[in-house]
Every structure is written in structure tokens, then in C-alpha cells.
Design a protein around this ligand. Structure first.
Ligand SMILES: *[C@@H]1O[C@H](CO)[C@@H](O)[C@H](O)[C@H]1NC(C)=O
Ligand SMILES: *[C@@H]1O[C@H](CO)[C@@H](O)[C@H](O)[C@H]1NC(C)=O
Ligand SMILES: *[C@@H]1O[C@H](CO)[C@@H](O)[C@H](O)[C@H]1NC(C)=O
Ligand SMILES: *[C@@H]1O[C@H](CO)[C@@H](O)[C@H](O)[C@H]1NC(C)=O
Ligand SMILES: *[C@@H]1O[C@H](CO)[C@@H](O)[C@H](O)[C@H]1NC(C)=O
Length: 389
């Protein structure tokens, strides 16, 4: 139940933090005007975005909006639906498209408001029940009644609610560093989320979008620093360019920001927050060096699931599908227990490679002794505040 007090608290916090941010920015703008110039729009899509290894581009026209997705693999196989996080798009799943397509029909969608999918600007277009219904319509449009879902980061916003509403549609659910939205909100209201004030500031129009674009989209350089330094995932300059290209205009940020806006509003402004447990088998993968997903969030997320498996990846950061793609792929395959007949088109050498890695991979490890519990709140100023986690 939401009380009048919750509503007041919400508006009060939003107003206070907005004033604080605007004030800081004003000072910054005076001191460093160069940081606030708008980024150059990148005119030519980087070549990697049309690399055939990652699949083919398709569109599904629903009743109101057009959804863009990239698909790879045999359509007769089971469907693996991949839902990216913030601020990302289908390209975050390139290694899953490339390598899991031997087992599944892999579809990586651009969420509403992201990438090449339509980007309505109204906040009401990003209300959760509407997004969930559209996801169901999307499945119908591509001719499927069943799928397995893998989400990363903010993609969990869709994943968790979809699994809750359509448990019969989803065979398996894998949440990679995406805590249940309600567990995030609980932590946020306890101010135990890194950069909590930023989420309230996001209630303002225009300024948060503008903020994300500052310094030529330095957000993406920060986001990938860890991967570039560790040389994981073979990240190239062109990959970073692909992200900058996709998020180069202010319109490209309005939709993504609206997810933050409607999620917070939903908590504070009187929507039903009790959900029943889902019967869909759920695997939760999280890196123990992920600053956005705390142990509390993981534990609370497990309360929404009957059959919950947790895998903590030693040394893994937030962007696991790109950072440790082969390992993540093997965890997904292992969890879903791919039956042999579906192993299509892999040459024997590669197969044994994958299965070698799988040995010991899927064992449920709940290791409370690791760093997850110690790295909860905003200790790392170098990291940008991705939406939760
Ligand atoms: C993934 O696919 C690429 C290209 O098909 C292949 O070269 C590579 O060995 C695969 N990786 C694994 C771990 O199977
Ligand atoms: C990264 O490059 C190395 C060497 O070329 C290769 O063995 C490895 O499979 C690549 N990783 C990915 C995720 O493609
Ligand atoms: C809230 O959700 C619970 C559990 O799903 C349900 O029993 C209850 O009727 C809902 N309340 C409202 C006001 O919708
Ligand atoms: C939980 O899910 C796993 C993975 O799908 C499955 O193997 C296992 O039998 C399930 N356990 C129960 C109690 O349903
Ligand atoms: C908090 O968010 C703001 C705006 O997004 C960002 O500039 C700042 O670096 C973040 N601070 C931390 C500690 O993450």
C-alpha cells in the first residue's frame, strides 16, 4: 500500500536531489564549459554493426511500434531471447549471437526506446505492464509461444515482470547482474544503492539525458575501462564507437531514461508491489566485482523464485556477457541442459572446447565468503552509475 507520505517523500527527494545536481552542474558549466559541449553525431555506422558473424537485422512491426532485433541460428531450434541492459543495445550480445546460435535460434532485441527500435518520448510509454505486453506481442509477431529469456542489467526490468506474468511462456530464465526491480527499489529507498541521488535527479526532463552525453559520451569510455584494461572480451575501439554511434543523439537517451523514471514512480506512486513467486527455473549470474548488484539484492531477488540457482563469477564485473562471453555461454548452456540432438552445426573441436569449459561450471556456488557483501555502496567513483547494479 502506498501512503500519502510515500508520495510526498518521492516528490521531496526528487526536488531536493534535482536542485543539488542542477546547482553542481551550473558551477561545473561555469568552470569547465568544454565538458558540456554536445557530442559529435557519428554519421557512419561502424562496420562491426553489420558483421554477419553476429546475425542478421530484422524488424517486427507490432500494432503501434516497430521493434528491431538481430537473429542468428536455425529457426527450428528453441528460441533464446536476449534482453540488454542500460545503456546498451543488441550489440552487447554479439558473442551470444555468434556462439549460442549453434544450439538455439538466438534473438537479441533492442528494447523499446533503444537502438533501432522506435523511441516514443512519453513517459507513459514505458510503464511496466505495457512493456511486458509488448514483449509478448513481439514473441507472437516472430511466431513463438515459448522461449528462454536471458537478461542483463536493466533488461531485468522486463525479464522479471515478464516471467511473473507469463510463466507458461518462459522455459528458463537467466538473469545476468539484473536484480529483481523490487529488490533494487527496496535498496534504493534504504539509500544503499551507489549514486542513489542520481535516480531521483532522473525525474527531471532533459537534464539527465544531457548529462549522459557530456564529454563526447565519455560514459562509454568509463563503462568499458575495466574490459579494456583486463583485455577481456577482445573489446576494440570500433566496439566502443558502435555504442557511441547508437547513443549519439539526445533522442537516443529519452527512452532509456524513461525506464528509470517510470520504475521509481511506480514504487512511490501506488502500484501493487506484491508479486507471487515464479515457477520458472531461474539462474542468477553475477560477478563478485560488480558494483551494481549487492548481496542484499541477490537474496531479495531469490525470494521471487521457487527454483533459484545462483552462480557467482570470480573476478567478473558488471558487463559479463561481453567481458567473459565464453564462460557465460557455457553457464547458460549448462543450466538449460541442452539435449544432444540440438547441437547443430558445431564442428567437433569447438564442441569439445565448450564442454571442457562446462565441466564444473554450472555447479551452484553460493559463496558468502566472497566480496559481494563488502562492495555494496558507491565506493568506486570511477564507475558510472548504470541503472541499478
Ligand atoms: C565462437 O564462434 C567463433 C566463430 O564461429 C569460433 O571461432 C569460436 O571458436 C567459438 N568459441 C567457442 C568457445 O566455441
Ligand atoms: C579473443 O581473441 C583470442 C585470440 O584471438 C581468441 O582466442 C578468443 O576466443 C577471443 N575471444 C572472443 C570472446 O572472441
Ligand atoms: C496485489 O497483488 C497481490 C498478489 O499478487 C494480490 O493478491 C492483490 O489482490 C493485489 N492488490 C491489488 C490492489 O491489486
Ligand atoms: C530446478 O531447475 C533446474 C534447472 O532447470 C532443474 O534441473 C531442477 O529439476 C528444478 N528443480 C525443481 C525442484 O523443480
Ligand atoms: C553519480 O552520477 C553522476 C551523474 O550521472 C556522475 O557524474 C557521478 O560520477 C556519479 N558518482 C558516482 C560516485 O558514481
Amino acid at each position: 500500500m502506498t501512503t500519502c507520505l510515500d508520495t510526498l517523500t518521492f516528490y521531496f527527494l526528487s526536488a531536493m536531489y534535482s536542485i543539488q545536481y542542477l546547482f553542481l552542474h551550473l558551477i561545473n558549466l561555469i568552470l569547465h564549459p568544454d565538458r558540456y559541449r554536445l557530442s559529435k553525431t557519428i554519421a557512419v555506422p561502424p562496420r562491426c554493426l553489420s558483421n554477419d558473424d553476429f546475425g542478421t537485422h530484422q524488424y517486427a512491426k507490432l500494432s503501434r511500434y516497430k521493434f528491431h532485433y538481430v537473429e542468428k541460428g536455425d529457426r527450428n531450434n528453441r528460441l533464446l531471447l536476449l534482453i540488454h541492459g542500460y545503456p546498451e543495445f543488441w550489440y552487447s550480445w554479439r558473442f551470444q549471437l555468434r556462439n549460442l546460435s549453434s544450439y538455439y535460434w538466438v534473438v537479441a532485441i533492442d528494447m523499446k526506446g533503444f537502438g533501432d527500435t522506435d523511441k516514443p518520448s512519453a513517459r507513459s510509454e514505458y510503464d511496466i505492464p505495457l512493456l511486458v505486453t509488448e514483449m509478448y506481442d513481439f514473441l507472437t509477431a516472430i511466431g513463438r509461444k515459448k522461449c528462454s529469456i536471458v537478461t542483463h542489467g536493466m533488461g531485468g526490468l522486463l525479464g522479471w515482470f515478464f516471467v511473473n506474468k507469463f510463466p507458461d511462456v518462459v522455459e528458463n530464465f537467466v538473469s545476468i547482474a539484473s536484480a529483481h526491480p523490487y529488490s533494487f527499489l527496496q535498496e534504493l529507498s534504504l539509500k544503499r544503492v551507489s549514486n542513489a541521488s542520481w535516480y531521483y535527479f532522473c525525474q527531471l526532463p532533459y537534464f539527465p539525458e544531457r548529462e549522459e552525453m557530456k564529454q563526447d559520451l565519455v560514459i562509454f569510455d568509463k563503462m568499458f575501462t575495466r574490459m579494456l584494461n583486463s583485455k577481456r572480451g577482445n573489446l576494440t575501439e570500433q566496439d566502443v564507437e558502435a555504442f557511441k554511434y547508437t547513443f549519439s543523439r539526445i533522442e537516443d537517451w529519452v527512452g532509456p531514461m524513461n525506464y528509470v523514471r517510470t520504475l521509481l514512480k511506480r514504487k512511490f506512486l501506488g502500484k501493487n508491489r506484491s508479486l507471487k513467486k515464479t515457477s520458472v527455473p531461474t539462474l542468477f549470474i553475477v560477478g563478485n566485482a560488480d558494483p551494481y548488484c549487492s548481496l542484499e539484492m541477490i537474496c531479495k531477488s531469490s525470494e521471487y523464485v521457487e527454483n533459484f540457482t545462483l552462480k557467482i563469477v570470480e573476478g567478473g564485473g558488471h558487463f559479463l556477457p561481453q567481458e567473459m562471453p565464453n564462460y557465460i555461454n557455457s553457464l547458460i548452456l549448462d543450466f538449460m541442459k541442452m539435449p544432444e540432438p540440438l547441437l547443430l552445426g558445431m564442428d567437433p573441436v569447438q564442441e569439445s572446447g565448450i564442454f571442457k569449459k562446462m565441466i564444473g561450471a554450472g555447479k551452484t556456488v553460493v559463496n558468502y565468503g566472497n566480496q559481494v557483501g563488502n562492495r555494496i555502496i558507491g565506493r568506486n567513483p570511477n564507475l558510472y552509475p548504470m541503472l541499478y547494479f
